[in-house]
Write a protein that binds this ligand. Structure first.
Ligand SMILES: Cc1cc2nc3c(=O)[nH]c(=O)nc-3n(C[C@H](O)[C@H](O)[C@H](O)COP(=O)(O)OP(=O)(O)OC[C@H]3O[C@@H](n4cnc5c(N)ncnc54)[C@H](O)[C@@H]3O)c2cc1C
Length: 507
């Protein structure tokens, strides 16, 4: 673990780093009971009961959950799924309630300690890491209610768990990520892109949130109530608050899913068929997976799915009319809806077994492209990718969305275009060939990602900040463009001491 490539630029000042270095030097210990501001170190239970206990006013608040200082717990939260960045936190909170989050954010603010929420840590470049306090949201995992008007869930609930629970009532989340083992809070904080195409991002399917701000206030917000915080939290990268609860849309679920697999090798014909299917709007979900290169060129695989009731099966000939592929070349797969929705989870589980997927280095590249430039950009980049650019557990994805349906202002996207409402999330989900940290490979891929990003940006592309790329403060200013001023104002209002989510280096 010690050989991880440790990246800088986390927003921590040298003084803060020194202070947290001292905090991190406290090794194995039991529960934490206080913080000594003069020596800037946490006080462990053993010390307190052994005569160091008289710290009136310095003790930690009473918690419903637990705070941990022991090295195994802290080391366990020192990296994410990318295995590129490592930061050992000074302490780990396993909250028992929103109140715990509030109390600890207030406490940390008082002492200038940075705080990051940690969902399933599937971002890959230290977005959720800090040398301060990690708040694991996994313990906030209650589904409070499910009904036709939506689901009330804690921020640490996984999409998969909500899916399974809501299907019991014939309902499903209005949109789902491909892989559903992700926390709802973590996904909403990055914005979330579902496989459906015309109903907006996951952040557009939220009715209300409970948030703990960087000031340690609990705020209930929605489009009508504290709307400025609501907007800043949805796609706002955890900069203004920690999402502890959300009410998300549910819709009726049909029992079956029919997926049409269309295989192309020609970039132009692929895009023509993809746009035809999208424009018709007759299918429920359309996305593309590119099969990695071997000796052959990339093969594009459009996954076009319609949900149905067995009593009314879809009309294949009609749905597949006038495409570049004859209907007999299309592979048709019927599955129960749940198997369809968990398909990527099954694939990831298979990769976990076959190539130790969780321990591969993942320098992912993710960018939103406008319709006018996506075709040449994808065509040229795919033509230049080698097997190493994809890796043992990697794949290439293209997700498609209507730009006009994505309404959250701080979820940054390509500018609207005349002539087309489509935008495309292009993901090169690179992994290393073998498990374990590999700083040289990571550095090589970070350079590649930066080059690709600059080419994409020149074509109107916008970073989707779940992947791995060196991004300076000024890159963020450009990323937010004319919304930067407003984003900075909200940060100032809700997290004036800039303690929240330092791993992105935005402020
Ligand atoms: C196999 C796979 C498939 C994926 N498919 C998709 C897809 O189809 N569409 C898509 O949009 N994304 C997809 N993603 C990306 C995924 O949505 C993001 O990486 C998401 O952030 C992961 O959720 P998480 O719970 O792991 O968050 P984490 O990685 O734990 O956190 C992400 C960021 O959000 C912050 N954060 C976490 N929880 C909270 C909270 N409660 N409140 C505020 N901030 C918080 C963290 O500090 C961090 O900065 C995929 C990822 C994987 C690994």
């Amino acid at each position: 673990m010690g050989s991880f490539m440790t990246r800088s630029g986390n927003g921590d000042s040298p003084i803060a780093l020194k202070r947290r270095g001292a905090l991190a030097a406290i090794a194995a210990g039991a529960l934490v009971v206080g913080f000594d501001p003069s020596s800037k170190r946490w006080i462990r239970e053993a010390e307190a009961s052994g005569g160091c206990g008289g710290f009136p006013g310095w003790g930690l608040p009473q918690l419903d959950g637990t705070l941990h200082l022991d090295l195994p717990t802290r080391t366990g939260d020192s990296n994410d799924n990318g295995l590129i960045v490592q930061k050992v936190p000074a302490a780990v909170l396993r909250p028992g309630s929103t109140n715990d989050v509030k109390k600890m954010v207030r406490f940390c603010r008082q002492y200038g300690i940075k705080v990051s929420a940690r969902g399933q840590h599937h971002t890959v470049f230290g977005q959720g890491l800090t040398t301060g306090l990690i708040i694991e949201t996994q313990t906030l995992n209650t589904i409070h209610s499910i009904g036709p008007d939506g689901a009330e869930v804690d921020g640490g609930v996984l999409w998969k768990d909500l899916l399974i629970e809501s299907l019991q009532q014939g309902l499903r989340p209005r949109g789902l990520t491909g892989y559903t083992g992700l926390s709802i809070g973590g996904t909403l904080s990055v914005g979330g892109c579902p496989l459906s195409n015309d109903q907006g991002g996951l952040a557009d399917h939220v009715q209300s949130l409970t948030i703990v701000t960087g000031k340690g206030n609990i705020v209930e917000c929605s489009d009508c109530d504290h709307a400025d915080l609501f907007e800043a939290a949805l796609g706002g990268l955890g900069q203004c608050g920690i999402i502890t609860r959300a009410k998300v849309d549910l819709v009726p679920a049909l029992p079956m899913a029919r997926t049409y697999l269309l295989h192309h090798v020609d970039n132009a014909l692929f895009f023509e068929d993809l746009r035809t299917l999208l424009d018709r709007g007759e299918l429920d979900e359309i996305y593309n997976v590119c099969v990695p290169p071997g000796l052959a060129p990339f093969v594009y695989q459009i996954n076009a799915t319609v949900f149905f009731d067995p009593a009314e099966p879809p009309d294949d000939d009609y749905l597949l009319r006038e495409l570049n592929l004859p209907p007999e070349a299309v592979v048709v797969v019927d599955q129960p809806y749940l198997d369809y929705a968990l398909f990527v989870d099954y694939q990831i589980e298979a990769l976990r077994q076959s190539v130790d997927w969780d321990h591969l280095v993942k320098p992912w590249f993710d960018v939103w492209m406008p319709d006018s430039t996506v075709e040449p950009f994808v065509g040229e980049t795919l033509a230049n990718l080698t097997p190493v650019d994809v890796g043992a557990g990697g794949f290439v994805l293209i997700l498609c969305q209507r730009r006009s349906a994505m309404k959250r202002p701080f979820y940054r996207l390509p500018d609207p275009e005349c002539g087309s409402d489509w935008i495309f999330l292009y993901d090169i989900l690179t992994s290393s060939m073998v498990p374990g940290p590999d700083p040289a490979f990571a550095a090589q891929m970070l350079d590649r990602n930066r080059d690709l990003f600059e080419a994409a940006r020149d074509l109107g592309g916008v970073r989707y900040p779940i992947g791995a790329m060196d991004f300076s403060h000024w890159d963020w200013v450009a990323h937010y463009g004319n919304r930067w001023h407003s984003f900075r104002q909200r940060k100032q209002k809700y997290d004036p001491d800039k303690i929240l989510t330092p791993g992105l280096n935005i402020f």
